[in-house]
Ligand binder design. Structure first.
Ligand code: NDP
Length: 327
């Protein structure tokens, strides 16, 4: 494993981190998830990412993770893990179960700790910006959670460049610096590279300028940047499941055509398509870690292989851009 410094903090994160959004919930096979977590840790993946609502049902991924911890990570091993959770999306009914109020964030963090059976998370995120709550209130809630010892660091997810710049400033003034940002970023989703209309900077620029780390989620576009869908939608895949967030109508002919062409480039680089999609992100030194999902040990092993080829020639990058533009 390669460990990268997270922004200008003291924390090192593995270049590959594992998320429990899909495949670790109450609907999944417990032992399969347990085997994946054990193998990941043995391979040097020290960072596991959760959120209050991961499942389904919501909360069940955290409950299962708590059970994995009890069975396989006794006592001192907690000190070798970086566990994150988040709050922002709908978790419970009524007016206090989502978004960015202090009421919701503090209660949700306590609930996540109870579900996982741990005293603190390493990173606690505001999962999405709340248009109706003052940003100060949301950031003060994150600061409060850290000062109460319930989280060691805080992060932002799904905030644009302008919101991120403001949030970073507020957190700095409170004495709880923003550690990391978690945006959606892959060969197929590139918004983090584009200048924001009002601040005229990209999210990646804002993070670099402020010494904040970046951990892209869905780096494989939920599986579209793999060989999973090159010949249709196979049974058992995310797009085939009723609860999967990748909908069958997102597996378009256009995307598959691009994936097929990318696959040819990957072969020339002696990589699988997933390995190329991950190393393409990691080549940028602003990226601390890529946050993958996997449904099997084979996928995990395959994806880890990206670390042996992180370099790109200008020609390869140019060809990839052309393919992504569909030309
Ligand atoms: P990916 O883009 O890595 O997609 C994962 C899926 O891709 C797997 O479930 C699998 O699909 C397929 N896959 C992975 N490796 C391979 C392989 N080697 N060969 C073929 N197919 C492969 O990431 P996710 O969308 O799962 O997101 C990762 C994590 O990011 C989440 O678990 C969560 O922690 C975080 N996240 C955060 C969000 C936020 O708002 N902050 C939102 C979404 C995710 P299949 O199941 O079909 O086998």
């Amino acid at each position: 494993m390669i460990y990268n410094r997270c922004g200008n903090s003291g924390l090192l994160l593995p270049a590959i981190s594992l998320g429990l959004w899909h495949n670790f919930g109450g609907v999944d096979i417990f032992q399969d998830g347990r085997n994946i977590i054990r193998r990941a840790f043995d391979k040097g993946i020290t960072h596991f990412d959760l959120a209050n609502n991961y499942g389904p049902p919501p909360g069940s991924a955290e409950e299962n993770f708590g059970r994995f911890l009890k069975k396989d990570f006794p006592g001192h091993l907690r000190d070798e893990l970086i566990i994150s959770s988040k709050a922002g999306y709908l978790m419970w009914p009524g007016p206090y179960g989502e978004w960015g109020s202090r009421k919701y964030l503090v209660a949700s963090c306590d609930q996540s700790l109870r579900r996982m059976g741990i005293d603190y998370v390493d990173i606690f995120y505001s999962h999405r910006p709340d248009p109706d709550t003052p940003l100060e209130e949301t950031m003060m809630a994150l600061d409060h959670i850290v000062k109460r010892g319930k989280a060691l660091y805080v992060g932002l997810s799904n905030y644009d460049a302008e919101q991120t710049e403001k949030a970073i400033r507020i957190l700095k003034n409170l004495g709880t610096p923003c550690l990391i940002h978690q945006p959606k970023y892959s060969m197929f989703v590139r918004w983090v590279e584009e200048p924001h209309s009002s601040v005229k900077k990209s999210l990646l620029d804002v993070l670099k300028e402020n010494g904040v780390g970046c951990i892209p989620f869905s780096p494989l576009a939920q599986g579209l940047l793999s060989d999973r869908y090159l010949a249709g939608i196979p049974e058992g895949s995310r797009a085939s499941k009723s609860w999967g967030f990748l909908k069958a109508n997102e597996v378009t002919e256009e995307k598959i055509k691009i994936a097929q062409r990318l696959n040819e480039i990957a072969k020339k680089r002696k990589q699988s398509l997933t390995q190329m999609a991950l190393s393409w992100l990691l080549k940028d030194k602003r990226i601390t870690s890529v946050l993958i999902g996997v449904s099997s040990l084979e996928q995990l092993e395959n994806n880890l292989g990206c670390l042996s080829n992180l370099d790109y020639s200008a020609e390869e990058l140019g060809t990839i851009e052309k393919v992504l533009k569909g030309s």
